[in-house]
Design a protein around this ligand. Structure first.
Ligand SMILES: [Zn+2]
Length: 724
């Protein structure tokens, strides 16, 4: 741009004005002109500044050479047609600053649009803002010009950043309004293994966020997280549907490529052979130390698996940088065929000083020391956070086959003599109802009488699968005495926001004192702090009416985590499901049960929380359904609700005796009916085949007993009708 010549000729001041005008016009034109194509990598290296708050060692211009493994991830993020990227990450790779922040910065400055980042909880969102995002904006001029961090008048806050052409929202996975409120072109999920699997009954938070992007063309979903337990990890599940790229590094000795991985690290003295152990000089050659034993972490080194050549740490870093500089994949090689790129990261891909081989070896030996003493916590962390791998919790649960072998020889809808009080729990899915009937006896011993599903819609009340359930609820369980015992209590899961209206309507229609039908909902407790059964809180008339109270229905809170502790446990010795034989707490199932019962009963694992490994919490396994477990948990809760666990032995004896007595009456009734229906015919009832296990004095059973006032009434033998 040249200013008019006449103006420049007038005064020296005019020359200055000329330059200023020039600069201004250039700026205006730059804003109006279509942007030159710029990749995320180019943007990061041209515009991004790393603040000392983010990384004191590398403050200044952002250099991808300091995080070479991330180059391939950023290249994929900017690639035409890529809609979803998954990264199974380890610690110390600079992923958050290098991938998440660069993507956010690029789409705030270069291609402005709406972006959402989902964190497990609100606190992690705030930490991200304070430690990563705001420091980036302050240090990077092109972002500081556009995002006014302190300006409330711009509508900015800790979790909301506006800029010309768009905004960034930080949301928490446990807040449904957050997750569902924004349609966003760029959707980022941080640490999916720690996010909410069920956002207040509205479903998986990642799936909800995905819905937000369906309408946006050319969007990108970026999911990055550390792996946790095999079989229960969200990042594992997401990785399955990607092309599973491995970072292959060429050896400077032989030129062959391999994935730089912990298994190629050698720690001298860690595994001495027989000859070395027998050496009389062993204490001089391999002195023993606390924690590390004879192993020498300070001498640990890396070995090429192809040629056996040793890599120093400097050589490892140089090899990584070289392989990471080769387009188009920058060292990453797909190992599966799928449209979406996925990346397996581990800490040996890091070139930071804190990830040098001896440092990692020291960490490993400390973890090994605790592991040898029976504490796996540090080794789990090493596996997840350093190796970027899933931890397999072996022996925490029995195998499905083990349960299958213990199946007993009785038919569906029939139970042995000790099983006396049938209860039913219903898990509500959108296209079906899943139902378990368990029959309880002394000491909470329990027998499965039915496991199955009723297909049909469940969102509309009094229709679809609900009609099937009405029928199923009327079914009876045939006791060994031959008496058909009706279901004594029914529970229905009302935790799903979309089906809860239909559940309340059903409960309202069918609940009565003689046979309660109750709405249940799992407590928001994955650890086991909430008791299985808690006294229902009285409804507060001053509180705004809830959906349930408008139906006149009380929602019962179920301590599902504690129930799973009781039923499944998590240590070798824990959990009723492991108990063999008969007696208190034993669980029994029948041979013909639908085959998926076993895997579903073992549908959750109690594993250390990613944010606090000292605390174990229940998580769903991602490779199976778990409705049979939910229904079994619900039945245990119903047993507590009926206070079956508090019943005295003589009360159980009376119930059993009454069943036997009822079987006699049944035969009388049946005979009478037969007499009535067959004109003039006569028949005489035969003596019962089954006798009570222990003879009971007849006067001990008054004509009408209420065994648990207001709860179960077994007082009327008329309710033990013949089987339907
Ligand atoms: Zn080699």
């Amino acid at each position: 741009m040249n200013a008019p010549a006449s103006l420049a000729a007038v005064t020296p001041d005019a020359e200055w004005a000329d330059q200023a005008l020039d600069a201004m016009l250039a700026r205006v034109l730059a804003e109006l002109a279509p942007r030159e194509p710029l990749t995320i990598i180019e943007w990061a290296e041209r515009h991004r500044k790393l603040s000392s708050e983010e990384n004191p060692d590398f403050a200044g211009d952002y250099r991808l050479d300091n995080t070479p493994a991330l180059r391939g991830i950023l290249a994929a993020a900017g690639e035409e047609g890529v809609q979803r990227i998954v990264v199974q990450k380890s610690a110390q790779l600079g992923y958050t600053a290098g991938v998440v922040c660069n993507v956010l910065g690029y789409y705030a400055h270069w291609k402005p649009c709406v972006q959402v980042v989902m964190f497990p909880r609100e606190k992690s969102a705030k930490d991200f803002d304070a430690e990563k995002f705001s420091p980036m904006v302050r240090a990077t001029p092109v972002l500081a010009e556009r995002i006014h961090l302190k300006s409330r008048s711009d509508g900015n806050s800790t979790t909301r950043k506006k800029y010309p052409g768009g905004l960034i929202k930080f949301v928490a996975s446990n807040s449904p309004s957050d997750v569902k409120s924004t349609t966003a072109k760029i959707r980022i999920v941080e640490e999916p293994d720690d996010t909410n699997k069920d956002v207040r009954g509205q479903g998986n938070s990642i799936a909800l966020l995905r819905e937000r992007g369906k309408a946006v063309r050319g969007g990108l979903e970026l999911i990055g997280g550390s792996p946790t337990a095999k079989g229960a990890s969200e990042i594992e599940k997401e990785m399955r549907t990607t092309d599973q790229r491995r970072f292959m590094v060429a050896c400077h000795h032989c030129g062959e490529r391999h994935e730089v991985e912990w298994e190629h690290v050698v720690i001298p003295g860690f595994e001495l052979d027989d000859e070395q152990l027998a050496d009389p000089e062993i204490d001089a050659k391999w002195p023993r130390r606390d924690v590390y034993g004879r192993a020498r972490w300070e001498d640990a080194y890396y070995v090429c698996p192809h040629c056996g050549g040793i890599w120093t740490d400097d050589e490892r870093v140089a090899n990584i940088r070289r392989s990471a500089s080769e387009p188009p994949f920058y060292g990453w090689v797909p190992t599966a065929s799928a449209a979406d790129p996925g990346f397996f990261c581990n800490e040996l891909q890091s070139v930071f000083d804190g990830s040098r081989v001896p440092v990692l070896a020291e960490k490993f030996l400390r973890a090994q020391h605790l592991y040898d003493q029976g504490d796996p916590t540090e080794m789990v962390t090493f596996t997840n956070a350093t190796r970027g791998r899933l931890w397999t919790y072996t022996g925490d649960l029995p195998e499905e086959d083990e349960l299958r072998e213990r199946a007993q020889k009785y038919a569906e809808w029939t139970v042995p003599a000790g099983a006396l009080v049938p209860v039913m729990y219903v898990d509500v899915q959108h296209d079906r109802l899943a139902v378990c009937v368990w029959v309880f006896g002394r000491g909470e011993e329990m027998w499965l009488a039915y496991w199955g599903e009723l297909p049909g819609r469940t969102i509309v009340e009094h229709a679809g699968a609900w009609l099937e359930l009405e029928e199923l609820m009327g079914r009876t369980v045939m006791h060994a005495s031959g008496v058909h015992v009706p279901i004594q209590a029914v529970g229905i899961d009302s935790g799903d926001g979309q089906t809860s209206d239909a559940v309340y309507a059903f409960v309202r229609k069918h609940h009565h004192r003689g046979r309660p039908v109750l709405a249940g909902k799992g407590a928001s407790d994955r650890v086991g702090r909430v008791e299985i059964w808690t006294k229902p809180k009285p409804v507060d008339p001053n509180r705004k009416a809830t959906k349930a109270s408008r139906y006149g229905v009380h929602v019962n809170i179920i301590g599902t985590a504690k129930a799973k502790d009781t039923l499944l446990g998590w240590a070798q010795e824990g959990g009723r499901v492991r108990l063999p034989g008969t007696g208190p707490g034993r669980m029994h199932w029948y041979e013909g049960v639908r085959p998926d019962f076993y895997e579903q009963l073992l549908g959750e694992m109690k594993i250390p929380s990613p944010s606090n490994p000292r605390i174990r919490q229940w998580v769903e396994r991602t490779d199976r359904r778990n409705e049979a477990l939910d229904c079994t948990v619900g039945c245990l809760w119903l047993s507590r609700h009926l206070q079956l666990h508090l019943r005295k032995p003589h009360v159980w004896d009376m119930i059993e005796a009454r069943l036997v007595q009822a079987s006699l009456l049944d035969e009388d009734e049946a005979a009478a009916e037969a007499e009535a229906s067959v004109d003039g015919a006569t028949s005489s009832p035969e003596a019962p085949a089954a006798a009570p296990a222990a003879p009971l004095p007849v006067p001990a059973i008054p004509p009408r007993i209420s065994l648990s006032p207001g709860r179960i009434s077994l007082s009327s033998t008329a309710r033990f009708g013949p089987g339907r």
